[in-house]
Design a protein. Structure first.
Length: 613
């Protein structure tokens, strides 16, 4: 268990935390959300002891171990296996199979185990860093963007791994779907405070919006009431027979504390500049072949026609050729054979995941945008800066001082200036926060041109893709349909190189295992469905009571200020009844949750046994 008590932290004129607290209880998996620049990384650094609060403290039990995914790549061993084993506790340093199991789950093959870590790409080196943290089995696992550079199958594996994690997790990720699958609670940094709720991101953001709406309505009512009192005082101050009433109103006014109007938080909200295109085909790929070495073809005999309105997702495991295909489509690479033909009038825009490193650290954001499109004036560049949340003097920040998320926004800003009708995007969501990802999806949905997108974010694929280019089983093929159709018809089971368990039983085929798994899941849904429905009903009732309690509290406060005895008595009784109701509901919730866990256990055991097979 970890407790953050009334911490204060700021940098210069920017206040990040204002006497705010957070507690992570045993077994909780907490997703940390908040806008870029609002303190997520700073909070992780404070917990890790890398940074310190200006006031307040962090406490946890003696012997409580933190496991933190380091951003710095540094290896001391000559093999992947040995490097991963450095994360094992001292008394387990010889248990190499634990390291191998984690490594396999993260996409390392058997032949990779003896290779030098320095031979691998940056993405696989990040995975190795992650493996060293996971094998340590700390009490609190702190993960900052663990899915960057992971492919879909690895993300699915780590989702299952973290869901089964028996201790605490604190997770920061831009992948909203991944977070919702893993966490039990959301802790949000909002207006310099941290608030934790049970549930997923949707529930958290709904609650924040609801609270802000209640605050604003209460503020407006209080302002209206204040003006009414002031008008009464002004009108009747001179009337002797009303002197006592006037004095009472004056005292009420003196005691009343005005609520500050909430500053409107700017959201990333933008649209791509569409260049009309009258043709039926933007791009035609015919019989494309490519390989870096003759003995390992990446792309073989691939053809594709891109039409206006297409949303094409390129999916598959890392190292199979997704980025290579995009580079062939953008003509950064020449094919061994075959053709890539753009029709006249096509204006493409390209976002590459590694292009952030191409930015000039000594330029300002404004200068970067102007250099990218010299035909556009300074005002046009400033407009894009505003859309990317770099308003006023923020547009004059040097690239070198920006965070990863801010640099990604600059790269997106470069795409917004020129009119386009074809977007080719390679992992554009890395380093964007959840709010920015939501705005990005909205912008892509509204874009009238075609989109070709490489992503491992399954929420993006579910929301956007109407066609797929699939790298699977060392082949590339076109799937005509959305991502859910792909999962229903093909899925990832046959291609998952992340299986870490024992050999399959010869008595059951893969198809039979999948069928058995479906039967168990269906039966579990039938058995526990009514209980889950009851739990949801109890949670909704608790939420409704809490909203009502807040409203009654406000009414009771108003009655107290006005000295209205009848209302005070009425609201006090209503408040007591509501609090008793909430307490009873929580007891019901605890009882039903225990029942659900008990009924779930046999099904979990059956599914684990199938995984072993």
């Amino acid at each position: 268990m970890l407790s953050i008590e009334s911490i204060v932290k700021g940098f210069g004129n920017q206040e990040l935390f204002d006497h705010t607290s957070l507690q992570i209880n045993p077994g909780e998996r907490v997703g940390l959300v908040g806008r870029n620049g609002h303190g997520k990384t700073t909070l992780l650094n404070i917990i890790a002891g890398i940074d310190h609060p200006d006031d307040g403290k962090i406490t946890y039990p003696s012997g409580y171990r933190l496991g933190i995914l380091p951003q710095k790549i540094q290896f001391s061993q000559n093999s992947v296996r040995d490097e991963a084993m450095t994360g094992l506790p001292p008394h387990e340093r010889d248990q190499y199979w634990k390291a191998e199991k984690i490594l396999a789950g993260l996409g390392f093959s058997d032949s990779d185990m003896d290779r030098d870590p320095k031979e691998f790409s940056g993405g696989f080196q990040v995975r190795l860093n992650l493996a060293k943290v996971l094998v340590a089995e700390p009490d609190l696992l702190i993960l900052d963007e663990p899915t960057n550079y992971l492919d879909i199958t690895s993300i699915r594996w780590i989702t299952q791994f973290l869901t089964a994690w028996p201790r605490e997790v604190l997770l920061v990720t831009h992948d909203r779907g991944f977070m919702d699958h893993v966490v039990t609670h959301i802790a949000g940094i909002h207006r310099c405070k941290i608030r934790k709720i049970a549930g997923n991101t949707a529930k958290y953001y709904d609650q924040v919006a609801q609270d802000e709406e209640v605050y604003e309505k209460t503020r407006q009512n209080e302002e209206k009431r204040k003006k009414e009192i002031e008008t009464f005082i002004t009108r009747f101050r001179a009337k002797a027979r009303l002197a006592s009433m006037v004095q009472s109103r004056i005292k009420t006014l003196e005691k009343q504390q005005s609520k500050e109007k909430l500053e409107k938080l700017k959201n990333l909200a933008f649209s791509f500049n569409y260049l009309p295109f009258a043709g039926k085909q933007l791009l035609r790929v015919e019989k494309l072949n490519f390989s870096y070495t003759p003995d390992r073809p990446l792309i073989h005999h691939f053809s594709l026609t891109v039409q206006p309105g297409d949303r094409i997702g390129i999916i598959g495991q890392n190292g199979k050729g997704k980025t290579t295909l995009v580079k062939l489509l953008t003509r950064q690479l020449d094919p061994v054979s075959g053709t890539v033909t753009y029709n006249p009038g096509v204006s493409p825009g390209y976002f590459e995941q590694t292009n952030v490193s191409s930015l000039n650290d000594n330029q300002t954001i404004e200068e970067t945008l102007i250099d990218a499109h010299p035909d556009f004036d300074r005002q046009a560049a400033r407009n894009i800066c505003g859309a990317m949340m770099f308003e006023k003097d923020a547009a004059l920040k040097k690239i070198g001082v920006l965070s990863g998320g801010e640099k990604s926004r600059v790269m997106l800003g470069k795409l917004l200036l020129a009119p386009l009708n074809l977007l080719l995007l390679d992992e554009p969501s890395n380093h964007l926060d959840i709010e920015a990802c939501d705005a990005f999806i909205d912008a892509l949905n509204a874009f009238e041109g075609a989109v070709i997108l490489v992503t491992h974010n399954e929420m993006f694929l579910h929301t956007l893709a109407n066609r797929l280019v699939v790298f699977k089983q060392d082949q590339i093929k076109l799937f005509e349909g959305g991502y859910q159709e792909f999962l229903d018809k093909d899925g990832w089971e046959e291609t998952t190189e992340t299986d870490t368990a024992q050999p399959r039983s010869p008595g059951l085929s893969k198809k039979a295992l999948r069928q058995k798994k479906s039967e168990i899941i269906a039966e579990r849904s039938r058995v526990i469905g009514p209980i889950q429905k009851k739990i949801t009903g109890i949670e909704d009732a608790i939420e409704a009571c809490e909203i009502k309690i807040k409203s009654v509290n406000e009414s009771l406060l108003t009655a107290s200020r006005e000295g209205d005895g009848d209302d005070i008595q009425t609201f006090s009784k209503e408040l007591a009844d509501l609090e008793a109701r909430v307490e009873a509901l929580f007891l019901d919730l605890e009882q039903e949750t225990r029942k659900l866990d008990s009924m779930n256990q046999p099904f979990d055991n059956q599914l684990k046994e199938l995984e072993r097979l």
